[in-house]
Ligand binder design. Structure first.
Ligand code: NDP
Length: 444
C-alpha cells in the first residue's frame, strides 16, 4: 500500500466520526501524491504525513453562561492548534450549532496550507463552539463570549495562537472576547484579529476575504484570457465574505445577481443592491425575505437552488459542502466558466472533479479565500509595530498577496504537469513550504 493510502486509512480508523476532516485530508493528500512519491523514503522515515494529519494539540471545554431568563446554559468550545511550524497558530473561530471537533479539524487542517500560501509567518489553527448567536440578545452574546474567553485565554497569546472570526463571529463577538481577555490577562496585546478600528483593528480586514476572492478570481481569469467585465456572477451566502465579494465584483464591472442564506436565496436581475443587503444582514441581522420585500424585481426562493441560476461565474461564500455534484452539473449546463471558493470547502470532491473535467476554471478556497487570514496577519504586524496603516496600504498589500498566491498555485501545478489544476497547485505550493520547515525543525 502506498504511504498516502496507509496514512489515510489510519486517519479514518482513528477518527471515525469526522467525515469533513476525512474529506479535507483526502483531497489534500490525493493531490500531493506525485510530490510524496518523489520523496517517499524520506517522508516515511520522518513520519511526515502522520505528523501533518495529527494536530499538535486540541482543547475541548465546557462553556457555562446565563441567559436572559436567569437559566444557566452550557455549550462546548474547541481550539485545535494544528501546525505551528511556520508561525503562531492562526485561524478563525466559528459559532454555529453544527460545530463539532471534526469540523474544527477540517478547517484547521486546511488552514495550514492556506496560511503557508499567503507567504506570511502563520501556522494553522481553528476554533469554535456549537453556540448559536441567532436569536440571542446582545447581553446573552456578551455573557457567552466572556465565558468562552475565560477558558480560551489559557491557550492563546500574541506569539502563540491568534484567533479571528468565522461564521457567526464578527466585530461584536471579537469585541466582547477581546475585552474579557484583556481583563483576565491584564495585557493589551494583539491576541485576536478582526478587532474594531478604535482598539487595534486593521482597516480593510472586514472587506479582505471578499475582496481577496475577487483579486484572485480576476487574476485566474486574466491568465486564461478572460475579462471580468460584464460577467454575471452568482454568489451564495449573505455574510461577511459574500457581501464584500459582491461589492468588489461590481467595482470590477461584473454584475452579481444572487445571494443566499440558510433559509433561501435571492435572484435579483437588476443586480444585488449592496447597501440594502448590508442593512438587512449586517445591521438588522434579518432574513433575506426583508431584502425581497424592498426590491421590486427580486425573486426569493425558499431552500437551496442558488446554483440553478444561469451565471458566468459562481462564488460559493456560505459554508462547507453547499455545492454538490448536481449543482456542478447545473452550472456547467448553464455555461458557467469559472468557480472560485469564498467559503471553506463549499464544493464536494465530486463537484470539483466534475467542474475540472468540464474545463471550468476552479479556484479552491484555501487559495481564493486566503485574503482574510493574510490581512489578519497584517493586523498582527500593525499591532506589533503599534501603528495603523491606511486602507490603501492594506488593500495594496492584499492585492499583491492574492496575485502571488494565484501564481504560486499556477506554477506548482505546471511543475507537476497538472496545468490549470489550481487545487493541486494550491496544495503543493502550501505543502512544500511547510514540509521544508518541518524537516528543518526535526522530530517535534
Ligand atoms: P458569516 O456568518 O458572516 O456568513 C455566513 C453566511 O452563510 C450567512 O449568510 C449564513 O446564513 C450562510 N450559512 C451559514 N451556514 C449555512 C448553512 N449550513 N446553509 C446555508 N447557508 C449557510 O460567515 P463568513 O461570511 O465569515 O464565512 C463564510 C464562509 O467563508 C465560511 O465557510 C468561512 O469558514 C469562510 N471564510 C471566512 C473568512 C472570514 O474572514 N470571515 C475567511 C476565510 C474563509 P444566515 O445569514 O442565515 O446565517
Amino acid at each position: 500500500m502506498s504511504y498516502v493510502d496507509e496514512v489515510l486509512e489510519e486517519l479514518i480508523s482513528k477518527n471515525p466520526s469526522e467525515p469533513e476532516f476525512h474529506q479535507a485530508a483526502k483531497e489534500v493528500l490525493e493531490s500531493l501524491r506525485p510530490v510524496i512519491q518523489e520523496n517517499e523514503e524520506v517522508y516515511r522515515r520522518e513520519a511526515l504525513l502522520e505528523r501533518l494529519v495529527n494536530p499538535e494539540r486540541q482543547f475541548k471545554f465546557r462553556i457555562p453562561w446565563v441567559d436572559d431568563k436567569g437559566n444557566i446554559r452550557v455549550n462546548t468550545g474547541y481550539r485545535v492548534q494544528f501546525n505551528g511550524v511556520i508561525g503562531p497558530y492562526k485561524g478563525g473561530m466559528r459559532f454555529h450549532p453544527s460545530v463539532n471537533l471534526g469540523i474544527i479539524k477540517f478547517l484547521g487542517f486546511e488552514q495550514i496550507f492556506k496560511n503557508s500560501l499567503t507567504g506570511l509567518p502563520i501556522g494553522g489553527g481553528k476554533g469554535g463552539t456549537d453556540f448559536d448567536p441567532k436569536g440571542k440578545s446582545d447581553r446573552e452574546v456578551m455573557a457567552f463570549c466572556q465565558s468562552f474567553m475565560t477558558e480560551l485565554q489559557k491557550y492563546i497569546g500574541p506569539d502563540t495562537d491568534v484567533p479571528a472570526g468565522d461564521i457567526g463571529v464578527g466585530a461584536r463577538e471579537i469585541g466582547y472576547m477581546f475585552g474579557q481577555y484583556k481583563r483576565i490577562r491584564g495585557a493589551y496585546e494583539g491576541v485576536l484579529t478582526g478587532k474594531g478600528l478604535t482598539y487595534g483593528g486593521s482597516l480593510a480586514r472586514k472587506e479582505a476575504t471578499g475582496y481577496g476572492l475577487l483579486y484572485f478570481t480576476k487574476e485566474m481569469l486574466k491568465n486564461n484570457g478572460i475579462d471580468m467585465k460584464g460577467k454575471a456572477i452568482a454568489v451564495s451566502g449573505a455574510g461577511n465574505v459574500a457581501i464584500y465579494a459582491a461589492q468588489k465584483a461590481f467595482e470590477m464591472g461584473a454584475k452579481v445577481i444572487t445571494v443566499s442564506d440558510s433559509t433561501g436565496y435571492i435572484y435579483d436581475p437588476d443586480g444585488i443592491d449592496i447597501d440594502l443587503l448590508r442593512e438587512v444582514k449586517e445591521i438588522k441581522r434579518a432574513r433575506l425575505t426583508e431584502y425581497k420585500a424592498r426590491r421590486q424585481n427580486a425573486v426569493y426562493t425558499e431552500g437551496k437552488g442558488v446554483w440553478t441560476v444561469k451565471c458566468d461565474i459562481a462564488l460559493p461564500c456560505a459554508t462547507q459542502n453547499e455545492l454538490l455534484l448536481d449543482d456542478a452539473k447545473a452550472l456547467a449546463a448553464n455555461g458557467c466558466i469559472a468557480v472560485a471558493e469564498g467559503a471553506n470547502m463549499p464544493s464536494t470532491s465530486e463537484a470539483v472533479e466534475y467542474l475540472q473535467k468540464n474545463h471550468i476554471l476552479f479556484g479552491p478556497g484555501k487559495a481564493a479565500n486566503a485574503g482574510g487570514v493574510a490581512t489578519s496577519a497584517l493586523e498582527m504586524t500593525q499591532n506589533s509595530e503599534r501603528l495603523s496603516w491606511t486602507f490603501e496600504e492594506v488593500d495594496t498589500k492584499l492585492q499583491q498577496i492574492m496575485t502571488t498566491i494565484f501564481h504560486s498555485c499556477d506554477s506548482a501545478a505546471k511543475k507537476y504537469k497538472m496545468d490549470k489544476n489550481y487545487v493541486a497547485g494550491a496544495n503543493i505550493a502550501g505543502f512544500e513550504k511547510v514540509v521544508e520547515a518541518m524537516l528543518a525543525q526535526g522530530a517535534v
